[in-house]
Design a protein around this ligand. Structure first.
Ligand SMILES: Nc1nc2c(ncn2[C@@H]2O[C@H](COP(=O)(O)OP(=O)(O)OP(=O)(O)O)[C@@H](O)[C@H]2O)c(=O)[nH]1
Ligand SMILES: [Mg+2]
Length: 309
């Protein structure tokens, strides 16, 4: 995967705030673009900026997705230039407002058109925000159909987890940046067994729903690792019958083939009998006595039973 071009894209207020944090953790390995109509999102000097609307405005796309979509479409020339060498785009967006909901799916569409793989992390509004939930339900199908993988993150679950960790949920409860970093590291570095963008393309090419898991834990306790990954603030997930998976396992110097095997078994035990599993393993000096797993799972029936109702 040497030389792969990865772009993190934040769309809307929440998306931009998470994207900046993810970029800080990932460092200069990846590029960042911030897309918003609100100047407040652009307080970061290491990013490409796409301003949707006039500089003097600060009301975003005023909770109007069609406005966000239209403005994003008008920016297609800039997007095409920005994406000319990009292989993978990781979009972060909060649904329920105008920019994330409207411009997010349109940006994803343009990214796919430019030939990139698109992985989206979409925040679903708090249940109590009825109007925003309604808007998000209109936007989500568009975002899903324009993404190769769309991970739904529920703000209710995220906020609950953030409280436990004592972190502000608006900052992603540090979960968002861990997630993006896990994914980026998986794809950027060469492993013992080399995974690359072609593998990712093969996996996300399976029909059906898809999602992403990131877990960390004790190398000898495969099931608690799986629990850690499943404990993410994602919408309800079921992997029963999944048909494809790219699994990257990263551990410290002492990592054994037995540990890798046990973890692979734990993660894939509920999958379809003929599931295609692409496995990669890598030793990293910075992981002492810990193992990190990143899984892109696809071929899920009806989006794997994910529900936001
Ligand atoms: N309760 C609460 N929810 C928030 C807050 N900020 C964002 N959200 C949630 O995150 C979703 C996305 O919000 P933003 O990213 O700010 O929206 P946007 O895409 O910038 O949309 P516009 O500003 O309308 O253009 C909202 O629908 C809310 O569910 C906040 O301060 N409080
Ligand atoms: Mg906004």
């Amino acid at each position: 995967m040497d030389g792969a071009q990865i772009l993190i894209a934040g769309v809307g207020g929440l998306g931009c705030s998470w994207a900046k944090r993810a970029h800080i953790v990932c460092g200069n390995n990846v590029d960042l673009v911030l897309i918003d109509a609100d100047e407040a999102s652009f307080d970061y000097d290491q990013a490409h900026l796409i301003r949707l609307g006039k500089q003097s405005e600060d009301s975003g796309c005023a909770a109007l997705p069609p406005l966000g979509e239209q403005r994003m479409r008008n920016a297609s020339g800039i997007v095409r230039k920005l994406l000319s060498d990009v292989e993978l785009v990781i979009i972060l967006a909060g649904l329920g407002g105008g920019t994330g909901t409207g411009a997010g799916p349109e940006f994803a569409r343009q990214a796919r058109l430019a030939g990139a793989i698109v992985i989206t992390i979409a925040a679903i509004p708090f249940e109590a925000q009825e109007t925003r939930v309604k808007v998000s339900k209109e936007g989500l199908p568009k975002l899903e159909s324009n993404s190769d993988v769309c991970v739904r993150l529920e703000l209710d679950r995220l906020a609950w987890q953030a409280r436990e960790r004592g972190i502000d949920w608006r900052l992603g409860a540090s979960w968002v940046e861990e997630f993006v970093e896990g994914l980026v590291r998986t794809l950027l570095r060469l492993g013992l067994i080399n995974l690359d963008m072609m593998d990712l393309k093969t996996i996300v090419g399976h029909p059906g729903g898809s999602t992403l898991l990131v877990g960390q834990g004790d190398p000898n306790d495969a099931f608690s690792l799986l629990d850690d990954a499943m404990g993410a603030p994602l919408a309800n997930l079921s992997f029963d019958g999944a048909k494809a998976c790219l699994l990257q396992i990263e551990g410290g110097n002492g990592m054994t083939v037995g540990q890798v095997g046990a973890i692979a078994d734990a993660f894939t035990s509920k999958f379809h009998d003929d599931a295609q599993v692409i496995l990669g393993a890598r030793v990293s000096d910075d992981l002492v006595g810990r193992i990190r797993v990143v899984a892109v799972v696809s071929g899920l029936d009806e989006l794997g039973g994910i529900s936001i109702d």
